[in-house]
Design a protein around this ligand. Structure first.
Ligand code: URA
Length: 433
């Protein structure tokens, strides 16, 4: 096989075989195929796309490029959840313990945040003492023992994705549905998920700008699940405005704690309950999402999800005394953002909010940046609410006074206030495999 022939084949819109895709991925990881040829292939994939079977074969070639975690618990189905990224998205912190408290084991390897989007691992690291690095053996043991572990993704899993993603980042080949779908699904499959629930977001703060694009990505991932024998469901949700009220690591943990105690904001709880319902269905606890909701509401009411969260934090070395006392790092400078006019909040641009939070220190501008866990933004008012001129709308937290003005400038662009507002229901829908 010659790599140049395979690039030409894809350039001509033909389907690559499983053997050819294995040859490409193995050759790339082992250093026989150089970056420039993979770049050319990635660009050909951007233009020509891939069939569902080809995308599944690429996914499995990537899975086989590294180690794979296997977690078997008799009588149980290990379920994972993945969100395609957003602003204020702390759903894993809520859904993980909630679902585990219902008897479905959750094994999750998560990433760190980059740019305007946050990452679950950064949020967890704002809890004093909490350890996110764990051996595969300890990860497996914790899932078996308490039904929940959330750790940083191990370097030995899917090395092909790490190499390919860095290359896509600098060759304008990130936004290809088969490449995104295989990248996400390969990591889920390699980290031991027997069933997968995906949250594909669209809107200003998301990877996918429109609902239609999100639906296509969701379908591509659900098709991979079907092709490789993992039950997969994708929900599509709106990321036009930040999810919940908190953006920033400690602030988001505090908000997740409120949700687990039954006091969360409605938009955030709606997405969490939808994801968690599907996880109970895939985990075969019940057969409909309607019945799952009843179980979830009951578990929340009885405080079992909160107890599971504390058990999880404690198992990973976190200080639950500090956590219960809400002693998480909060940056010392607290500034209010006041409404520039009276009216109704028509829109809060999630991407601009995410970037403002990053400027304040809550996120990373590049992979080497350090994080201020106590930095971020807390919304006192959200889309649809009426405001008076000068009324406080947000609280900003930072440790660096120089970051305040740039963040305020961007936040004023993020906000649209108008004379009237037509309320909309939160949009969440499911694509089922
Ligand atoms: N997230 C991933 O893990 N991979 C992509 O390609 C895009 C988003």
């Amino acid at each position: 096989m010659r790599m140049a022939d395979l690039i030409a084949k894809k350039k001509d819109g033909l389907e690559l075989t499983k053997e050819e895709l294995n040859f490409i991925i193995q050759g790339y990881v082992q250093g026989r195929i150089p970056d420039y040829q993979i770049s050319a292939l990635a660009m050909a994939i951007c233009f020509q796309g891939m069939t569902a079977e080809e995308t599944a074969d690429l996914t499995m070639a990537m899975v086989n490029s590294g180690e794979q975690v296997e977690i078997t618990i008799p009588g149980k189905i290990v379920v994972d959840k993945h969100s395609s990224g957003g602003v204020g998205d702390k759903t894993t912190l809520i859904v993980g313990p909630l679902v585990a408290a219902c008897g479905v084991p959750v094994a999750k390897m998560s990433g760190r945040g980059l740019g305007h989007t946050g990452g679950t691992i950064d949020k967890l690291q704002s809890i004093p003492g909490l350890n996110v690095e764990m051996s595969e053996q300890a990860f497996r043991a914790q899932v078996k023992e308490i039904g929940l572990a959330i750790v940083a993704q191990s370097d030995s899993l899917v090395p092909a994705d790490k190499k390919l993603y860095s290359l896509r980042d600098v060759t304008a080949t990130v936004d290809s549905i088969p490449l995104i779908a295989s990248s996400i699904m390969s990591k889920k499959i390699a980290s031991g998920a027997q069933a997968i629930v995906l949250d594909v977001k669209y809107g200003s703060g998301a990877f996918m700008a429109t609902e239609q694009q999100a639906r296509e990505l969701a379908q591509a991932m659900v098709d991979i699940g079907k092709n490789v024998g993992r039950d997969t469901v994708a929900i599509i949700s709106d990321m036009g405005q930040p999810l919940g009220r908190a953006v920033g690591n400690s602030l988001e943990v505090l908000e997740a704690m409120e949700c687990l105690q039954g006091k969360g904001p409605q938009d955030l709880m709606e997405v969490c309950l939808e994801l968690a319902s599907w996880m109970l269905v895939l985990g075969k606890i019940t057969d409909t999402t309607q019945r799952a909701r009843v179980i979830l509401e009951d578990v929340l009411k009885q405080g079992k999800a909160w107890d599971k969260f504390l058990e999880f934090v404690s198992a990973q070395g976190g200080d639950i005394v500090k956590l219960k006392n809400k002693e998480l790092p909060l940056s010392p400078l607290k500034i209010q953002f006041q409404a520039p006019a009276q009216g109704y909040i028509q829109n809060i641009d999630a991407r601009k909010v995410g970037t403002s939070a990053m400027i304040l220190g809550a996120g990373r501008e590049n992979k080497e940046s350090t994080i201020d866990y106590g930095a971020g933004i807390y919304f006192l008012k959200k889309t649809g609410q009426q405001v008076e001129k000068g009324e406080p709308l947000m609280e900003l937290y930072t440790s660096d006074v120089q970051k305040v003005q740039p963040a305020l400038n961007l936040l004023s662009q993020a906000l649209t206030i108008s004379d009237s507002y037509e309320p909309e229901e939160p949009k969440v829908s499911a694509v089922v495999c």
